[in-house]
Design a protein around this ligand. Sequence first.
Ligand SMILES: [Zn+2]
Length: 197
Amino acid sequence: MSLNGNPVTNVQQSVARRAPLVVPPGDRWLTRQVERLERRLPAADGSPVWIERVARLHDGRGEAHAGSFLRHRRMVIACSRAEFPRVFVHEWFHFAWLRAGNPLRRDFEALLAAEYRAGARGELGWSAEWRKNALSGAEVRRRARRWREYCCESLCDTGAWLYAGVARHAEFTLAARFRGRRQAWFAHHIAGRRMSI
Ligand SMILES: [Zn+2]
């Protein structure tokens, strides 16, 4: 079977489309922010992701900036306007990490394990940093659940550092030489690629 002379497999690839980020109608500020950040982020395919702002949000540890319900395709954000770009991009990368596949995830883990062995302190966001500070060497070596959670948060914080357009922030505490390696990893594995979210 073919359409316009093309094998169907090619047609299916060509209809994969940019994942729509859906904002409540009437929220013009959120619409502008999301459109601006979407232009900075890698292209991404997938079904719609619904984004909403709420006044307050709590998770298991208390007040939270945001939460993503990955399988329900929902992102709920409760941060200040100033923090929105970092928080939104962090959450966007949670969707990307879920679908990134094990080879890519393991490659990023290897980068972080090398940093850990080199004694790198600090991170590119508090979400990754507190998890990193709570890890034991044994958890790192056996790739414990808390280590893998840290790797996920670190990927999201690194993505936010690179794509949110925020040059300076008190939570960017990772030393410059390790930041350079993260940037190179993203340039090689993420930038210019189509992602699934
Ligand atoms: Zn997170």
